[in-house]
Design a protein around this ligand. Structure first.
Ligand SMILES: Nc1ncnc2c1ncn2[C@@H]1O[C@H](COP(=O)(O)OP(=O)(O)OP(=O)(O)O)[C@@H](O)[C@H]1O
Length: 577
Protein backbone atom coordinates (compact mmCIF):
# COMPACT_ATOMS: atom_id res chain seq x y z
CA UNK A 1 0.00 0.00 0.00
CA UNK A 2 1.44 3.39 -0.97
CA UNK A 3 1.69 6.21 1.58
CA UNK A 4 -0.87 8.09 -0.51
CA UNK A 5 -3.46 5.39 0.23
CA UNK A 6 -2.24 4.66 3.77
CA UNK A 7 -2.64 8.23 4.97
CA UNK A 8 -5.24 9.48 2.48
CA UNK A 9 -2.81 12.11 1.14
CA UNK A 10 -3.16 14.15 -2.02
CA UNK A 11 -0.42 13.96 -4.70
CA UNK A 12 0.93 17.29 -3.45
CA UNK A 13 0.91 15.89 0.12
CA UNK A 14 2.92 12.81 -0.92
CA UNK A 15 5.45 15.06 -2.68
CA UNK A 16 5.78 17.19 0.47
CA UNK A 17 6.22 14.14 2.74
CA UNK A 18 9.03 12.92 0.45
CA UNK A 19 10.72 16.32 0.41
CA UNK A 20 10.23 16.60 4.19
CA UNK A 21 11.87 13.17 4.67
CA UNK A 22 14.80 14.11 2.41
CA UNK A 23 15.43 17.43 4.18
CA UNK A 24 15.08 15.77 7.60
CA UNK A 25 17.68 13.19 6.56
CA UNK A 26 19.99 15.90 5.18
CA UNK A 27 19.62 17.80 8.43
CA UNK A 28 20.43 14.68 10.48
CA UNK A 29 23.49 14.00 8.31
CA UNK A 30 24.63 17.60 8.76
CA UNK A 31 24.57 16.95 12.52
CA UNK A 32 26.81 13.93 11.91
CA UNK A 33 29.15 16.14 9.87
CA UNK A 34 29.29 18.53 12.83
CA UNK A 35 30.28 15.59 15.00
CA UNK A 36 32.96 14.75 12.46
CA UNK A 37 34.48 18.22 12.99
CA UNK A 38 34.41 17.72 16.76
CA UNK A 39 35.94 14.26 16.32
CA UNK A 40 38.77 15.58 14.13
CA UNK A 41 39.54 18.39 16.58
CA UNK A 42 39.46 15.94 19.49
CA UNK A 43 41.76 13.44 17.78
CA UNK A 44 44.32 16.20 17.01
CA UNK A 45 44.23 17.44 20.62
CA UNK A 46 44.57 13.86 21.90
CA UNK A 47 47.52 13.32 19.52
CA UNK A 48 49.21 16.48 20.76
CA UNK A 49 48.64 15.47 24.38
CA UNK A 50 49.66 11.82 24.04
CA UNK A 51 52.28 11.94 21.27
CA UNK A 52 53.64 15.44 21.87
CA UNK A 53 52.47 16.69 18.42
CA UNK A 54 52.08 20.50 18.04
CA UNK A 55 48.69 21.93 19.08
CA UNK A 56 46.36 22.12 16.05
CA UNK A 57 45.40 25.47 14.47
CA UNK A 58 41.96 26.33 15.93
CA UNK A 59 40.90 28.51 12.97
CA UNK A 60 39.83 25.82 10.44
CA UNK A 61 37.70 24.17 13.17
CA UNK A 62 36.10 27.45 14.15
CA UNK A 63 35.27 28.18 10.48
CA UNK A 64 34.03 24.60 10.05
CA UNK A 65 31.75 24.94 13.10
CA UNK A 66 30.40 28.31 11.91
CA UNK A 67 29.67 26.80 8.46
CA UNK A 68 28.08 23.81 10.17
CA UNK A 69 25.72 26.06 12.18
CA UNK A 70 24.73 28.00 9.06
CA UNK A 71 24.12 24.88 6.97
CA UNK A 72 22.20 23.26 9.84
CA UNK A 73 20.02 26.35 10.13
CA UNK A 74 19.29 26.19 6.39
CA UNK A 75 18.49 22.45 6.30
CA UNK A 76 16.38 22.61 9.50
CA UNK A 77 14.45 25.50 8.00
CA UNK A 78 13.76 23.45 4.85
CA UNK A 79 12.76 20.36 6.87
CA UNK A 80 10.52 22.52 9.08
CA UNK A 81 8.87 24.03 6.01
CA UNK A 82 7.94 20.63 4.57
CA UNK A 83 6.94 19.15 7.92
CA UNK A 84 4.89 21.99 9.35
CA UNK A 85 4.71 24.87 6.87
CA UNK A 86 2.75 23.11 4.15
CA UNK A 87 0.64 20.83 6.34
CA UNK A 88 -2.25 23.27 6.68
CA UNK A 89 -2.53 23.44 2.91
CA UNK A 90 -2.68 19.63 2.83
CA UNK A 91 -5.42 19.52 5.51
CA UNK A 92 -7.30 22.16 3.54
CA UNK A 93 -7.03 20.07 0.37
CA UNK A 94 -8.18 16.95 2.25
CA UNK A 95 -11.19 18.73 3.76
CA UNK A 96 -12.20 20.32 0.46
CA UNK A 97 -11.80 16.91 -1.23
CA UNK A 98 -14.06 15.29 1.38
CA UNK A 99 -16.65 18.05 1.13
CA UNK A 100 -16.64 17.79 -2.69
CA UNK A 101 -17.08 14.06 -2.38
CA UNK A 102 -19.93 14.45 0.11
CA UNK A 103 -21.70 16.77 -2.31
CA UNK A 104 -21.74 14.03 -4.93
CA UNK A 105 -22.70 11.12 -2.69
CA UNK A 106 -26.25 9.77 -2.83
CA UNK A 107 -28.65 10.43 0.06
CA UNK A 108 -28.52 6.73 0.91
CA UNK A 109 -25.00 7.32 2.26
CA UNK A 110 -26.26 10.01 4.65
CA UNK A 111 -28.93 7.61 5.87
CA UNK A 112 -26.19 5.23 7.00
CA UNK A 113 -23.78 7.76 8.57
CA UNK A 114 -24.94 10.27 11.14
CA UNK A 115 -24.00 13.92 11.30
CA UNK A 116 -21.52 13.67 14.22
CA UNK A 117 -19.71 10.86 12.41
CA UNK A 118 -19.38 12.90 9.20
CA UNK A 119 -18.26 16.08 10.98
CA UNK A 120 -15.76 14.07 13.01
CA UNK A 121 -14.25 12.68 9.79
CA UNK A 122 -13.93 16.09 8.14
CA UNK A 123 -12.59 17.84 11.25
CA UNK A 124 -11.25 15.21 13.70
CA UNK A 125 -9.86 12.57 11.34
CA UNK A 126 -8.19 15.17 9.13
CA UNK A 127 -6.67 16.78 12.27
CA UNK A 128 -5.32 13.37 13.40
CA UNK A 129 -3.72 12.82 10.02
CA UNK A 130 -2.47 16.42 10.08
CA UNK A 131 -0.64 15.76 13.35
CA UNK A 132 0.84 12.46 12.18
CA UNK A 133 1.78 14.11 8.91
CA UNK A 134 3.58 17.01 10.53
CA UNK A 135 5.18 15.31 13.54
CA UNK A 136 5.81 11.73 12.47
CA UNK A 137 5.82 10.85 8.77
CA UNK A 138 8.74 12.96 7.42
CA UNK A 139 10.69 12.35 10.68
CA UNK A 140 10.21 8.59 10.40
CA UNK A 141 11.13 8.33 6.72
CA UNK A 142 13.97 10.82 7.29
CA UNK A 143 15.21 8.59 10.15
CA UNK A 144 15.22 5.53 7.85
CA UNK A 145 17.30 7.39 5.26
CA UNK A 146 19.69 8.75 7.93
CA UNK A 147 20.23 5.37 9.53
CA UNK A 148 20.74 3.75 6.11
CA UNK A 149 23.46 6.23 5.11
CA UNK A 150 25.08 6.24 8.57
CA UNK A 151 25.11 2.44 8.59
CA UNK A 152 27.04 2.36 5.28
CA UNK A 153 29.60 4.79 6.78
CA UNK A 154 29.95 2.75 9.97
CA UNK A 155 30.37 -0.54 8.07
CA UNK A 156 33.13 1.00 5.93
CA UNK A 157 34.80 2.37 9.10
CA UNK A 158 34.63 -0.89 11.11
CA UNK A 159 32.12 -3.56 10.14
CA UNK A 160 32.40 -5.45 13.45
CA UNK A 161 31.57 -2.42 15.58
CA UNK A 162 28.88 -1.47 13.05
CA UNK A 163 27.10 -4.78 13.71
CA UNK A 164 27.47 -4.29 17.48
CA UNK A 165 25.90 -0.82 17.15
CA UNK A 166 23.15 -1.40 14.60
CA UNK A 167 21.69 -4.85 15.36
CA UNK A 168 19.19 -3.31 17.77
CA UNK A 169 17.57 -0.92 15.24
CA UNK A 170 15.78 -3.48 13.04
CA UNK A 171 14.80 -5.53 16.12
CA UNK A 172 13.40 -2.48 17.96
CA UNK A 173 11.47 -1.35 14.90
CA UNK A 174 10.23 -4.90 14.18
CA UNK A 175 8.97 -5.14 17.78
CA UNK A 176 7.19 -1.83 17.47
CA UNK A 177 5.56 -2.46 14.11
CA UNK A 178 4.80 -6.05 15.10
CA UNK A 179 2.89 -4.76 18.11
CA UNK A 180 0.77 -2.64 15.77
CA UNK A 181 -1.46 -5.66 15.26
CA UNK A 182 -2.43 -5.44 18.96
CA UNK A 183 -2.32 -1.66 19.08
CA UNK A 184 -4.52 -1.05 16.03
CA UNK A 185 -7.76 -2.47 17.55
CA UNK A 186 -7.08 -0.57 20.80
CA UNK A 187 -6.56 2.67 18.87
CA UNK A 188 -9.71 2.01 16.84
CA UNK A 189 -11.72 1.36 20.01
CA UNK A 190 -10.36 4.61 21.54
CA UNK A 191 -11.43 6.51 18.44
CA UNK A 192 -14.92 4.99 18.45
CA UNK A 193 -15.43 5.75 22.16
CA UNK A 194 -14.33 9.35 21.53
CA UNK A 195 -16.76 9.52 18.64
CA UNK A 196 -19.60 8.30 20.86
CA UNK A 197 -18.93 11.24 23.21
CA UNK A 198 -18.96 13.72 20.28
CA UNK A 199 -22.27 12.23 19.12
CA UNK A 200 -23.73 12.54 22.61
CA UNK A 201 -22.73 16.19 22.89
CA UNK A 202 -23.99 17.04 19.42
CA UNK A 203 -27.32 15.34 20.12
CA UNK A 204 -27.63 17.07 23.49
CA UNK A 205 -27.10 20.46 21.84
CA UNK A 206 -29.56 19.70 19.04
CA UNK A 207 -32.25 18.40 21.39
CA UNK A 208 -31.68 20.77 24.33
CA UNK A 209 -35.23 22.14 24.12
CA UNK A 210 -36.88 18.71 24.10
CA UNK A 211 -34.61 17.46 26.92
CA UNK A 212 -35.54 20.44 29.11
CA UNK A 213 -39.21 20.28 28.22
CA UNK A 214 -39.40 16.65 29.33
CA UNK A 215 -37.23 17.09 32.47
CA UNK A 216 -34.75 14.54 31.17
CA UNK A 217 -31.57 16.56 31.91
CA UNK A 218 -30.35 14.25 34.67
CA UNK A 219 -31.00 11.07 32.70
CA UNK A 220 -29.41 12.57 29.63
CA UNK A 221 -26.34 13.75 31.53
CA UNK A 222 -25.98 10.30 33.14
CA UNK A 223 -25.81 8.80 29.64
CA UNK A 224 -23.17 11.31 28.54
CA UNK A 225 -21.18 10.77 31.77
CA UNK A 226 -21.20 7.01 31.21
CA UNK A 227 -19.86 7.47 27.68
CA UNK A 228 -17.19 9.93 28.87
CA UNK A 229 -16.09 7.43 31.56
CA UNK A 230 -15.91 4.65 28.98
CA UNK A 231 -13.88 6.91 26.65
CA UNK A 232 -11.54 7.84 29.52
CA UNK A 233 -10.93 4.19 30.45
CA UNK A 234 -10.33 3.26 26.84
CA UNK A 235 -7.94 6.21 26.35
CA UNK A 236 -5.90 5.19 29.43
CA UNK A 237 -5.79 1.63 28.14
CA UNK A 238 -4.63 2.91 24.74
CA UNK A 239 -1.93 5.11 26.31
CA UNK A 240 -0.73 2.22 28.49
CA UNK A 241 -0.48 -0.14 25.53
CA UNK A 242 1.30 2.47 23.43
CA UNK A 243 3.63 3.36 26.30
CA UNK A 244 4.66 -0.27 26.81
CA UNK A 245 5.25 -0.88 23.10
CA UNK A 246 7.07 2.40 22.41
CA UNK A 247 9.26 2.31 25.52
CA UNK A 248 10.02 -1.39 24.90
CA UNK A 249 11.19 -0.55 21.39
CA UNK A 250 13.30 2.39 22.64
CA UNK A 251 14.99 0.26 25.32
CA UNK A 252 15.80 -2.46 22.78
CA UNK A 253 17.27 0.15 20.41
CA UNK A 254 19.42 1.66 23.16
CA UNK A 255 20.88 -1.81 23.85
CA UNK A 256 22.98 -1.12 20.72
CA UNK A 257 24.90 1.51 22.72
CA UNK A 258 25.75 -1.03 25.42
CA UNK A 259 26.90 -3.69 22.94
CA UNK A 260 29.04 -1.09 21.10
CA UNK A 261 30.84 -0.24 24.38
CA UNK A 262 31.31 -3.93 25.24
CA UNK A 263 32.51 -4.93 21.77
CA UNK A 264 34.70 -1.79 21.46
CA UNK A 265 36.34 -2.48 24.82
CA UNK A 266 37.00 -6.10 23.83
CA UNK A 267 38.53 -5.03 20.48
CA UNK A 268 40.76 -2.46 22.23
CA UNK A 269 41.91 -5.12 24.70
CA UNK A 270 42.78 -7.61 21.92
CA UNK A 271 44.49 -4.77 20.00
CA UNK A 272 42.28 -4.90 16.88
CA UNK A 273 40.82 -1.44 17.51
CA UNK A 274 41.73 1.77 19.32
CA UNK A 275 40.12 4.24 21.67
CA UNK A 276 39.50 6.94 19.01
CA UNK A 277 37.59 4.48 16.77
CA UNK A 278 35.38 3.52 19.73
CA UNK A 279 34.93 7.22 20.56
CA UNK A 280 33.86 7.94 16.96
CA UNK A 281 31.38 5.07 17.07
CA UNK A 282 29.93 6.18 20.40
CA UNK A 283 29.48 9.71 19.03
CA UNK A 284 27.58 8.43 15.99
CA UNK A 285 25.65 5.70 17.79
CA UNK A 286 24.44 8.07 20.53
CA UNK A 287 23.00 10.28 17.78
CA UNK A 288 21.71 7.53 15.51
CA UNK A 289 18.66 6.80 17.67
CA UNK A 290 17.81 10.48 18.13
CA UNK A 291 15.90 10.87 14.83
CA UNK A 292 13.65 8.03 15.95
CA UNK A 293 12.99 9.45 19.40
CA UNK A 294 10.40 12.07 18.52
CA UNK A 295 8.59 9.89 16.01
CA UNK A 296 8.53 6.95 18.39
CA UNK A 297 6.93 9.08 21.08
CA UNK A 298 4.25 9.99 18.57
CA UNK A 299 4.06 6.67 16.76
CA UNK A 300 0.61 6.08 18.28
CA UNK A 301 -0.53 9.08 16.26
CA UNK A 302 0.64 7.32 13.14
CA UNK A 303 -1.41 4.26 14.00
CA UNK A 304 -4.40 6.46 14.85
CA UNK A 305 -3.89 8.21 11.50
CA UNK A 306 -4.34 4.91 9.74
CA UNK A 307 -7.71 4.40 11.43
CA UNK A 308 -8.63 7.97 10.53
CA UNK A 309 -7.57 7.54 6.92
CA UNK A 310 -9.58 4.30 6.66
CA UNK A 311 -12.65 6.27 7.80
CA UNK A 312 -11.87 8.96 5.22
CA UNK A 313 -11.34 6.34 2.56
CA UNK A 314 -14.86 5.03 3.15
CA UNK A 315 -16.12 8.31 1.62
CA UNK A 316 -14.08 7.61 -1.48
CA UNK A 317 -15.11 3.94 -1.71
CA UNK A 318 -18.78 4.88 -1.76
CA UNK A 319 -20.22 4.85 -5.32
CA UNK A 320 -21.22 8.33 -6.50
CA UNK A 321 -24.68 9.32 -7.64
CA UNK A 322 -23.64 9.49 -11.28
CA UNK A 323 -25.51 10.67 -14.34
CA UNK A 324 -25.15 12.58 -17.58
CA UNK A 325 -24.80 16.35 -17.67
CA UNK A 326 -27.03 16.64 -20.75
CA UNK A 327 -30.65 16.76 -19.73
CA UNK A 328 -33.16 17.79 -22.37
CA UNK A 329 -36.63 16.85 -21.18
CA UNK A 330 -39.64 17.21 -23.48
CA UNK A 331 -41.86 19.18 -21.08
CA UNK A 332 -42.00 18.41 -17.37
CA UNK A 333 -44.58 15.67 -16.89
CA UNK A 334 -43.37 13.43 -14.04
CA UNK A 335 -44.20 9.76 -14.58
CA UNK A 336 -43.82 7.09 -11.88
CA UNK A 337 -43.83 3.70 -13.60
CA UNK A 338 -44.15 0.67 -11.29
CA UNK A 339 -41.79 2.23 -8.74
CA UNK A 340 -40.61 0.22 -5.75
CA UNK A 341 -38.33 1.59 -3.02
CA UNK A 342 -36.78 0.79 0.33
CA UNK A 343 -34.44 2.97 2.40
CA UNK A 344 -30.99 1.39 2.74
CA UNK A 345 -32.28 -2.07 1.84
CA UNK A 346 -34.70 -1.98 4.75
CA UNK A 347 -38.44 -2.44 4.69
CA UNK A 348 -40.26 -1.87 1.38
CA UNK A 349 -41.63 1.71 1.60
CA UNK A 350 -43.11 2.00 -1.92
CA UNK A 351 -44.47 -0.86 -3.99
CA UNK A 352 -45.58 -0.76 -7.62
CA UNK A 353 -46.37 2.97 -7.54
CA UNK A 354 -47.54 4.34 -10.91
CA UNK A 355 -48.99 7.80 -11.57
CA UNK A 356 -48.40 10.88 -13.70
CA UNK A 357 -48.02 14.42 -12.40
CA UNK A 358 -48.79 16.57 -15.45
CA UNK A 359 -47.16 19.87 -16.31
CA UNK A 360 -49.49 22.77 -15.58
CA UNK A 361 -51.40 20.73 -13.00
CA UNK A 362 -51.29 20.37 -9.24
CA UNK A 363 -50.99 16.74 -8.22
CA UNK A 364 -51.73 16.11 -4.55
CA UNK A 365 -50.29 13.13 -2.76
CA UNK A 366 -52.45 12.14 0.20
CA UNK A 367 -52.62 9.20 2.53
CA UNK A 368 -52.14 8.23 6.16
CA UNK A 369 -48.92 9.15 7.97
CA UNK A 370 -46.03 6.95 6.82
CA UNK A 371 -47.74 5.91 3.59
CA UNK A 372 -44.83 7.16 1.47
CA UNK A 373 -45.90 10.62 0.27
CA UNK A 374 -42.65 12.43 1.12
CA UNK A 375 -40.67 9.48 -0.21
CA UNK A 376 -42.39 9.84 -3.61
CA UNK A 377 -41.52 13.53 -3.85
CA UNK A 378 -37.91 12.86 -2.85
CA UNK A 379 -37.56 10.11 -5.45
CA UNK A 380 -38.86 12.46 -8.18
CA UNK A 381 -35.99 14.88 -7.41
CA UNK A 382 -33.55 11.94 -7.22
CA UNK A 383 -32.63 12.50 -3.58
CA UNK A 384 -32.73 8.72 -3.59
CA UNK A 385 -32.82 6.25 -6.50
CA UNK A 386 -35.83 3.96 -6.94
CA UNK A 387 -35.08 0.29 -6.20
CA UNK A 388 -37.31 -0.87 -9.09
CA UNK A 389 -39.36 0.72 -11.87
CA UNK A 390 -38.56 4.10 -13.43
CA UNK A 391 -39.29 7.76 -12.79
CA UNK A 392 -39.16 10.13 -15.76
CA UNK A 393 -39.30 13.92 -16.04
CA UNK A 394 -40.31 15.01 -19.55
CA UNK A 395 -39.53 11.48 -20.78
CA UNK A 396 -35.99 11.43 -19.32
CA UNK A 397 -35.23 8.71 -16.76
CA UNK A 398 -34.07 10.68 -13.68
CA UNK A 399 -31.58 7.96 -12.75
CA UNK A 400 -29.58 8.82 -15.89
CA UNK A 401 -29.24 12.52 -15.03
CA UNK A 402 -26.58 14.10 -12.82
CA UNK A 403 -28.44 14.93 -9.57
CA UNK A 404 -27.18 18.52 -9.53
CA UNK A 405 -28.31 19.10 -13.13
CA UNK A 406 -31.72 17.55 -12.40
CA UNK A 407 -32.20 19.63 -9.24
CA UNK A 408 -31.86 22.77 -11.35
CA UNK A 409 -35.42 22.01 -12.55
CA UNK A 410 -36.83 21.51 -9.05
CA UNK A 411 -37.85 23.96 -6.37
CA UNK A 412 -38.84 22.44 -3.06
CA UNK A 413 -40.48 23.55 0.16
CA UNK A 414 -40.17 20.76 2.70
CA UNK A 415 -41.47 20.46 6.26
CA UNK A 416 -38.01 20.79 7.75
CA UNK A 417 -36.89 24.19 6.43
CA UNK A 418 -33.14 24.68 6.41
CA UNK A 419 -31.95 28.24 6.95
CA UNK A 420 -28.46 29.67 7.18
CA UNK A 421 -27.05 32.12 9.71
CA UNK A 422 -27.33 34.97 7.24
CA UNK A 423 -29.70 37.86 6.54
CA UNK A 424 -33.30 37.29 5.45
CA UNK A 425 -32.25 38.59 2.02
CA UNK A 426 -29.28 36.21 1.84
CA UNK A 427 -31.46 33.25 2.77
CA UNK A 428 -34.04 33.97 0.09
CA UNK A 429 -31.33 34.64 -2.50
CA UNK A 430 -30.16 31.03 -2.11
CA UNK A 431 -33.02 30.20 -4.51
CA UNK A 432 -31.10 31.95 -7.30
CA UNK A 433 -27.72 33.41 -6.49
CA UNK A 434 -27.68 35.89 -9.38
CA UNK A 435 -31.12 37.36 -8.57
CA UNK A 436 -31.29 41.15 -8.22
CA UNK A 437 -32.47 42.76 -4.96
CA UNK A 438 -35.76 43.66 -6.66
CA UNK A 439 -36.37 40.03 -7.69
CA UNK A 440 -35.61 38.81 -4.15
CA UNK A 441 -37.98 41.40 -2.66
CA UNK A 442 -40.72 40.51 -5.17
CA UNK A 443 -40.48 36.81 -4.23
CA UNK A 444 -40.47 37.72 -0.53
CA UNK A 445 -43.57 39.89 -0.96
CA UNK A 446 -45.35 37.12 -2.90
CA UNK A 447 -44.64 34.68 -0.06
CA UNK A 448 -46.03 37.19 2.43
CA UNK A 449 -42.69 37.78 4.17
CA UNK A 450 -43.09 41.59 4.27
CA UNK A 451 -45.43 41.39 7.21
CA UNK A 452 -42.85 39.92 9.65
CA UNK A 453 -39.70 41.33 8.05
CA UNK A 454 -40.95 44.90 8.51
CA UNK A 455 -41.00 44.29 12.27
CA UNK A 456 -37.33 43.24 12.28
CA UNK A 457 -34.71 45.86 13.30
CA UNK A 458 -32.87 45.90 9.98
CA UNK A 459 -35.67 44.61 7.77
CA UNK A 460 -34.38 42.26 5.07
CA UNK A 461 -30.80 42.83 6.25
CA UNK A 462 -31.51 41.33 9.71
CA UNK A 463 -29.43 38.26 10.64
CA UNK A 464 -31.76 35.37 11.47
CA UNK A 465 -29.46 33.29 13.72
CA UNK A 466 -28.27 29.73 13.30
CA UNK A 467 -30.85 27.82 11.25
CA UNK A 468 -33.25 30.75 11.67
CA UNK A 469 -33.42 30.31 15.46
CA UNK A 470 -34.94 33.79 15.81
CA UNK A 471 -37.90 32.98 13.55
CA UNK A 472 -41.21 31.25 14.14
CA UNK A 473 -42.15 28.10 12.23
CA UNK A 474 -44.49 30.03 9.93
CA UNK A 475 -41.87 32.70 9.24
CA UNK A 476 -39.29 30.07 8.37
CA UNK A 477 -41.69 28.44 5.98
CA UNK A 478 -42.49 31.71 4.25
CA UNK A 479 -38.78 32.33 3.66
CA UNK A 480 -38.52 28.85 2.22
CA UNK A 481 -41.51 29.53 -0.07
CA UNK A 482 -39.97 32.83 -1.21
CA UNK A 483 -36.76 30.96 -1.99
CA UNK A 484 -38.64 28.42 -4.10
CA UNK A 485 -40.56 31.17 -5.90
CA UNK A 486 -37.34 33.01 -6.69
CA UNK A 487 -35.81 29.88 -8.20
CA UNK A 488 -38.66 29.78 -10.73
CA UNK A 489 -38.01 26.09 -11.50
CA UNK A 490 -40.52 24.27 -13.76
CA UNK A 491 -41.20 21.58 -11.12
CA UNK A 492 -42.30 22.49 -7.61
CA UNK A 493 -42.48 20.11 -4.66
CA UNK A 494 -44.50 21.37 -1.71
CA UNK A 495 -44.43 19.22 1.40
CA UNK A 496 -46.97 20.55 3.90
CA UNK A 497 -45.93 23.95 2.67
CA UNK A 498 -48.56 25.80 4.64
CA UNK A 499 -48.58 23.64 7.77
CA UNK A 500 -47.15 26.27 10.11
CA UNK A 501 -49.21 29.20 8.88
CA UNK A 502 -52.21 30.66 10.63
CA UNK A 503 -55.44 30.90 8.67
CA UNK A 504 -54.95 34.49 7.55
CA UNK A 505 -51.38 33.93 6.40
CA UNK A 506 -52.23 30.61 4.82
CA UNK A 507 -54.84 32.26 2.62
CA UNK A 508 -52.38 34.95 1.57
CA UNK A 509 -49.63 32.44 0.80
CA UNK A 510 -52.03 30.17 -1.04
CA UNK A 511 -53.05 33.09 -3.27
CA UNK A 512 -49.41 33.88 -3.99
CA UNK A 513 -48.61 30.25 -4.60
CA UNK A 514 -51.46 29.59 -6.99
CA UNK A 515 -50.60 32.73 -8.97
CA UNK A 516 -46.94 31.80 -9.23
CA UNK A 517 -47.27 28.04 -9.67
CA UNK A 518 -49.39 28.38 -12.79
CA UNK A 519 -48.10 26.34 -15.72
CA UNK A 520 -45.65 24.31 -13.59
CA UNK A 521 -45.59 20.68 -12.56
CA UNK A 522 -46.61 20.84 -8.93
CA UNK A 523 -46.60 17.96 -6.47
CA UNK A 524 -48.21 18.89 -3.15
CA UNK A 525 -48.15 16.77 -0.05
CA UNK A 526 -50.84 17.99 2.29
CA UNK A 527 -52.77 16.40 5.11
CA UNK A 528 -55.49 18.99 4.99
CA UNK A 529 -58.28 18.12 2.62
CA UNK A 530 -59.05 21.80 1.99
CA UNK A 531 -55.72 22.15 0.16
CA UNK A 532 -56.22 18.90 -1.69
CA UNK A 533 -59.72 19.73 -2.93
CA UNK A 534 -58.38 22.43 -5.24
CA UNK A 535 -55.82 20.05 -6.84
CA UNK A 536 -56.23 18.82 -10.42
CA UNK A 537 -55.39 15.29 -9.47
CA UNK A 538 -55.16 13.33 -6.24
CA UNK A 539 -53.01 10.24 -5.75
CA UNK A 540 -53.99 8.38 -2.59
CA UNK A 541 -51.21 6.30 -1.07
CA UNK A 542 -51.81 3.62 1.52
CA UNK A 543 -49.01 1.47 2.92
CA UNK A 544 -46.69 2.42 0.05
CA UNK A 545 -49.18 1.49 -2.69
CA UNK A 546 -51.47 3.66 -4.80
CA UNK A 547 -54.92 3.00 -3.33
CA UNK A 548 -56.76 5.25 -5.80
CA UNK A 549 -56.18 8.24 -8.07
CA UNK A 550 -58.28 10.73 -10.00
CA UNK A 551 -59.76 14.21 -9.63
CA UNK A 552 -61.03 15.11 -6.14
CA UNK A 553 -64.60 15.00 -7.43
CA UNK A 554 -64.15 11.53 -8.97
CA UNK A 555 -62.63 10.19 -5.77
CA UNK A 556 -65.38 11.71 -3.61
CA UNK A 557 -67.96 10.08 -5.88
CA UNK A 558 -66.16 6.74 -5.59
CA UNK A 559 -66.56 6.73 -1.81
CA UNK A 560 -63.17 5.03 -1.14
CA UNK A 561 -60.27 5.89 1.19
CA UNK A 562 -60.10 9.50 0.00
CA UNK A 563 -63.79 10.11 0.70
CA UNK A 564 -63.37 8.54 4.15
CA UNK A 565 -60.35 10.76 4.93
CA UNK A 566 -62.26 13.88 3.86
CA UNK A 567 -65.19 12.77 6.02
CA UNK A 568 -62.96 12.26 9.07
CA UNK A 569 -61.28 15.65 8.67
CA UNK A 570 -64.61 17.41 8.33
CA UNK A 571 -65.76 15.75 11.55
CA UNK A 572 -62.58 16.66 13.44
CA UNK A 573 -62.81 20.24 12.18
CA UNK A 574 -66.19 20.45 13.86
CA UNK A 575 -64.86 19.28 17.19
CA UNK A 576 -64.22 21.92 19.77
CA UNK A 577 -62.29 21.79 23.04
N1 LIG B 1 -34.56 8.52 5.68
C1 LIG B 1 -35.28 7.45 5.98
N2 LIG B 1 -34.67 6.29 6.31
C2 LIG B 1 -35.39 5.19 6.60
N3 LIG B 1 -36.73 5.14 6.58
C3 LIG B 1 -37.41 6.25 6.26
C4 LIG B 1 -36.71 7.48 5.94
N4 LIG B 1 -37.64 8.41 5.65
C5 LIG B 1 -38.85 7.81 5.79
N5 LIG B 1 -38.71 6.52 6.15
C6 LIG B 1 -39.81 5.54 6.35
O1 LIG B 1 -40.52 5.42 5.13
C7 LIG B 1 -41.91 5.34 5.35
C8 LIG B 1 -42.62 6.41 4.52
O2 LIG B 1 -42.22 7.67 4.99
P1 LIG B 1 -42.70 9.03 4.33
O3 LIG B 1 -42.01 10.14 5.03
O4 LIG B 1 -42.54 8.93 2.85
O5 LIG B 1 -44.25 9.01 4.68
P2 LIG B 1 -45.31 10.18 4.59
O6 LIG B 1 -46.51 9.56 3.97
O7 LIG B 1 -44.75 11.37 3.91
O8 LIG B 1 -45.55 10.46 6.14
P3 LIG B 1 -46.01 11.80 6.89
O9 LIG B 1 -47.35 12.17 6.36
O10 LIG B 1 -46.08 11.39 8.33
O11 LIG B 1 -44.97 12.85 6.62
C9 LIG B 1 -42.12 5.50 6.85
O12 LIG B 1 -42.33 4.20 7.37
C10 LIG B 1 -40.82 6.06 7.36
O13 LIG B 1 -40.54 5.56 8.64
Amino acid sequence: MSIKEKYALTDEGVRNVKLGAIWTAVSNLVVFAGMGIIFLAMSQFVASLTEGAPLPDIMPYAIGLAAFILILFFTEDKAYHYQYGVIYQESGRQRIGLAERLRKLPQAFFGRRDLADLTETIMGDVATIEHAYSHVLPELYGAYITIGIAAVGLVVFDWRLAIAALWSCPIGLALLFGSRRFLAPVMRATRMKGLAVSEDIQEALECVREVRATNQEERYLDGIRADIDAAEKQTIKGELFTGICVNGAQVVMRLGLATTILAGAAFIVDGTSDFMTLFAFLLVVSRIYAPFDQCLMLIAELFAAKTASARMQSFYDEPLATGGETYEPAGHDIVFDHVGFSYNDGEQVLEDVSFTAKEGEVTALVGPSGSGKSTCSKLAARFWDASSGTITVGGVDVSTVDPEVLLGDFAAVFQDVLLFDDTVMGNIRLGRRDATDEEVLAAARAANCDEFVERMPQGYQTMIGENGSRLSGGERQRISIARALLKGAPVVLLDEATASLDVENETKVQEALSRLLAGKTVIVIAHRMRTVMSADKVVVLDGGRVAEQGSPAELMAKGGLFARMVGLQTQSAEWAL
